[in-house]
Design a protein. Structure first.
Length: 386
């Protein structure tokens, strides 16, 4: 299972290395409850000609007439002309080619960070967003059932806005819980960065502690995958051409063989582990070709839905009316809240993106002032007697 475990090792260093740059998605909630969602991506000039086929569309959603496309190239102002004529597209392509040529010959990719394309969809309400918004079917997250909620509360002087999105916990179906190898807080920290369990530590202590958590994580992942693959091994025991050990003994030795190979985690190979442990080549018959039972298992494992989730990520941004009062661990810059949205954050539990803001009702202060002025004036004012 070497190729699969190598993939899982990539998962183990999930927030250190990324296979692709995340796309930007922005949700803006207006004070009247309406909202819009906007994606920002590096663009292909040919897409700006109006070609929205899957090969050219850079967006994770299917673009139709309900989406407004805008764009900017280098230092230009935001442009609304879409689609653009062929001559304009060719001009941008030529400029891109000339700018890339001195750096590296033979580049054929047309996307460039200098060309940003924006796709925006307006919704009458968050409920409408929840019902209508969908990622395109080819996107790995298209079947993810996200829950949206929005609440607006009027409190005379202020109006409060609360927005939340809940991304469901990913079902990995591991039989051994991660809490067997680390505490709940350590698991939450490893996948989400919270709670702050590093408070009070210096750099040396943090490095040592994080290294221990990573080791525990690797063993948890390796143990579960070993157990799952070992079940397939036992189920296909009778297909072994030579049997260096009885089926019953092999079942009882699952953990012993696993623990004897801890130095090779997480990049272990079950075929080699078994052959080395029993000093034989007998187990290779179960891995001999693509139709062999163990190779089929590895292929099926890599095709599981949850495996595909890890290849995608978003930089998620949210803007609410008024002043931000609280949020679920967002980075705040000006009026914009930002999260790194990855599938890894959905492993231990549902992942929540949310915030609350407060908008001042200036008219309420003015009206209250007028009422108070009238009340005070009426207390001191006495009508003249005739």
């Amino acid at each position: 299972m070497n190729s699969t475990i190598k993939f899982l090792f990539y998962v183990a260093i999930l927030f250190v290395v990324s296979c692709k740059q995340p796309g930007d998605v922005l949700t803006v909630i207006n004070s009247d409850g309406s909202c819009y969602r906007e994606f920002t991506v590096k663009g292909d000039p040919q897409f700006l000609r109006g070609d929205t086929i899957a090969k050219l569309s850079p967006f994770p959603v299917e673009i139709d007439s309900t989406w407004k496309i805008t764009w900017k190239y280098k230092n230009s102002k935001l442009r609304i002309d879409y689609p653009i004529p062929k001559s304009a597209c060719d001009s941008i392509l030529k400029d891109i080619k000339q700018s890339k040529e001195p750096k590296k010959r033979g580049i054929t990719e047309n996307t460039t960070p200098d060309l940003l394309v924006f796709a925006r969809h307006n919704y009458k309400s968050v409920d409408e967003l929840a019902k209508q918004f969908k990622l395109k079917p080819s996107h790995p997250w298209s079947n993810m059932k996200v829950k949206y909620s929005f609440e607006k509360k009027f409190r005379w002087f202020y109006t409060y806005y609360t927005y939340q999105e809940v991304y469901p916990k990913i079902k990995i179906n591991f039989e051994t819980p991660i809490e067997k190898y680390m505490s709940k807080d350590e698991a939450q920290f490893w996948f989400t960065g919270k709670p702050d369990i590093l408070k009070g530590m210096n750099g040396v202590e943090i490095r040592e502690y994080i290294g221990e958590i990573e080791d525990h994580y690797n063993k948890w992942f390796a143990q579960n995958n070993w157990n799952a693959e070992y079940k397939v091994l036992i189920d296909n025991y009778e297909q072994l051409l030579e049997k260096p050990v009885s089926k019953k003994q092999l079942e009882l030795m699952k953990d012993t063989i696993f623990n004897s190979n801890t130095r090779s985690f997480p990049d272990f190979d079950m075929e080699k582990c078994l052959n080395n442990y029993f000093k034989t080549e007998a187990f290779s018959s179960l891995w001999k070709d693509d139709n062999s039972p163990m190779k089929r298992y590895e292929k099926d494992f890599n095709n599981q839905e949850f495996v595909e989730y890890f290849g995608e990520s978003f930089t998620y941004k949210l803007i609410l009316p008024g002043k931000i009062l609280q949020s679920t661990d967002a980075t705040i810059q000006g009026d914009t809240l930002s999260w790194r949205l990855t599938a890894y954050r959905m492993i231990p539990a549902d992942y929540i993106i949310g915030a609350q803001s407060r908008k001042t009702n200036i008219w309420a202060f003015i009206l209250t002032g007028i009422i108070m002025a009238i009340a005070i004036g009426s207390f001191f004012w006495k009508p003249k007697r005739v």
